[in-house]
Design a protein around this ligand. Structure first.
Ligand code: ADP
Length: 259
């Protein structure tokens, strides 16, 4: 893409000639497209829950409150669940925009992965228990310490463990893996879930990219979790990745500097 300016050369108000200036705006156009897609996605994601909340609240107000308290209760539950979805989406969007604006100051602490993993597990244990999913933390026990912002590292682990629980069917299992190599520590969250088709793997960490959008929404997913993970890890100078095969489960991993 080329943007052209014509600049007149004037001498005492008399036209002497014209200079053509060419700018290569390929990168700008790309950025603008990304921005436009993002805004379109955000609007789309926000519209559904708002429409649902509005519709159910109106029906409640109009008639159900007195005539049919049982249905009223069901509607209130739907309103609540969609409000929660909106709140999660807005929270994730705020985190992403902070990450992208570069105004997230990272703390550089020495952190033991075992501690963060165990804390994360305590947070998500009830959710795993509901689906009778066993989470095995033994792989991360005694893992080498890393340099990281403890709060952000927890956010990364919460996102990965939460996904593993969301997408793994009842009775499945999840484990942590750790490898230290070349000054970096690789931490993985491995599940016995459905796995992911090879064609989707390269795009998984993109904003709003989902293998199965209906399934993700059903599980309260925002489509932003993995892009937040990638951003946080990149800010730490690490990398993220996934190994997965349909029918064989997935392992999402990231690396951080060893302390
Ligand atoms: P979401 O809120 O949809 O979970 P994420 O960015 O966290 O958004 O993940 C993007 C998509 O990657 C998910 O919608 C899902 O299709 C896929 N995914 C993530 N984690 C797993 C997993 N452990 N097993 C299978 N698919 C997964």
């Amino acid at each position: 893409h080329v943007l052209t300016h014509w600049v007149p050369l004037l001498d005492n108000g008399e036209l002497q000639g014209v200079v053509a200036v060419f700018h290569d705006i390929t990168d700008l156009t790309k950025l603008e497209n990304i921005r436009r897609d993002f805004v379109a996605n955000v609007s789309h994601e926000l519209r559904t829950p708002v429409t649902v909340i509005k519709g159910y609240a109106e029906t409640l107000l109009d008639s159900l409150m007195e005539s049919d308290p049982e249905r009223a209760r069901k509607f209130i539950e739907i309103i609540l669940s969609h409000s929660e979805r909106l709140a999660a989406l807005i929270g994730d969007l705020l985190t992403l925009s902070q990450l992208e604006a570069g105004n997230m100051n990272l703390e550089q602490a020495t952190v033991r992965p075992e501690q963060v993993a165990k804390h994360t597990m305590e947070l998500l244990e009830p959710k795993a228990a509901q689906k009778r999913i066993a989470v095995d933390c033994s792989g991360v026990e005694g893992a080498p310490a890393v340099i990281a912002d403890p709060g952000r590292l927890e956010q990364v682990m919460v996102n990965l463990l939460d996904n593993a629980i969301k997408y793994t069917p009842e009775g499945g299992s999840i484990s942590f893996t750790v490898k230290a190599d070349n000054g970096m520590v690789r931490i993985g969250v491995k599940d016995t879930g459905p796995g992911i088709p090879a064609k989707d793997l390269p795009r998984l960490f993109e904003r709003f990219y989902r293998v199965d959008a209906a399934r993700s929404r059903n599980e309260g997913g925002t489509g932003l979790g993995l892009s937040i993970v990638k951003h946080i890890i990149q800010l730490h100078g690490g990398t993220v990745g996934v190994e997965s095969e349909p029918g064989k489960g997935s392992e999402f991993w990231f690396t951080l500097k060893q302390a």
